[in-house]
Design a protein around this ligand. Structure first.
Ligand code: FE
Ligand code: FE
Ligand code: ZN
Length: 281
């Protein structure tokens, strides 16, 4: 299985690869720049070369870059959408230094304009920016539906995908976050098969390209989006083991976004899931 966690990019790609190896990961997620969306650090070719060597030696799976979560591509304000567009476009150009990986973003919040208007606007940004995604697959994240967030249901994500002409190419996919879908009201504890059937009917499982593996501090349908460490939340470790073992999901890359405060915590969670996934053979 491919499993890893969200790591800090403070020490470049080299640092990310080193930390991934240290926690027993063979994939990882990182923020492309600080969450406020400021300028990204210039790319250092030697840093990238070192990363690509480790990635080859360790047979890393897909690396997941996460856009700053403060961007709002469906804002009513044109300058806010413009900023999201420019950051996405710049990130996707930069991703070409590590070709063939994944780029995840939040659809954003419509803040009073209504879901339909939000869907139109995010699709517009996406249609403009996908020409920059040469080898990168861009992923819409499933959201908890808190506030006026767009993407709290599979049908909303489908409506975005349908409005993006480039989605035909398969370069537009979805990242399912277990905490977010649970908080949005999808019962992955009691009826994982049913939830995946609903995903398949609305979006198609072929678009599902990555899983954010998180427990949730809150009950089903709470619309809160507070991640918990594995086994310390309302989803529980057993249900998350069923996620990583599910035949429709087991070949996808899994990324932990649990609120651990040290690499040791993620190492333990990764070891736990590797053992659980092995247990079924
Ligand atoms: Fe996210
Ligand atoms: Fe997430
Ligand atoms: Zn979240």
């Amino acid at each position: 299985m491919h499993i890893g966690c969200h790591l800090s990019a403070a020490e470049g790609f080299r640092g990310l690869a080193r930390d991934a190896v240290a926690v027993g990961a063979d994939v990882f997620q990182f923020f492309t720049r600080n969450p406020r969306g400021g300028a990204a650090k210039p790319i250092d070719p030697q840093d990238v070369a070192d990363f690509l060597r480790t990635s080859r030696e360790r047979s890393f799976g897909p690396i997941l870059a996460h856009a700053p979560y403060t961007l709002n591509p469906c804002s009513a304000k044109p300058e806010v959408r413009r900023f999201a567009f420019e950051v996405f476009a710049d990130d996707l150009r930069r991703m070409e230094c590590i070709p063939g990986n994944l780029y995840n973003f939040h659809p954003g919040s419509h803040v009073g304009q209504g879901t339909e208007a939000g869907i139109e606007l995010v699709a517009e940004v996406l249609s403009g920016v996908l020409s920059e995604a040469k080898s990168t697959t861009v992923l819409l994240e499933t959201m908890s539906g808190k506030g006026s967030e767009v993407g709290g249901s599979f049908e909303e994500l489908r409506r975005i995908v349908d409005r993006v002409p480039q989605s035909q190419s398969g370069k537009l996919g979805v990242c399912l976050d277990t905490c977010h879908v649970w908080d949005a009201g999808y019962d992955i504890v009691g009826d994982l098969d049913g939830v995946l059937e609903r995903f398949d009917a609305a979006i198609g499982l072929s678009r599902l390209r990555a899983i954010h593996l998180n427990d949730s501090k809150n009950p089903l349908g709470s619309r809160k989006d507070r991640h918990a460490c594995i086994g310390e939340g309302c989803i529980g470790a057993d249900a998350l083991v069923r996620v990583v073992r599910h035949p429709a999901l087991r070949n996808l890359p899994f990324y932990l976004e649990t609120p651990q405060d040290s690499l040791d915590g993620w190492a333990a969670e990764i070891a736990f899931f590797r053992k659980a996934a092995d247990g079924q053979r």
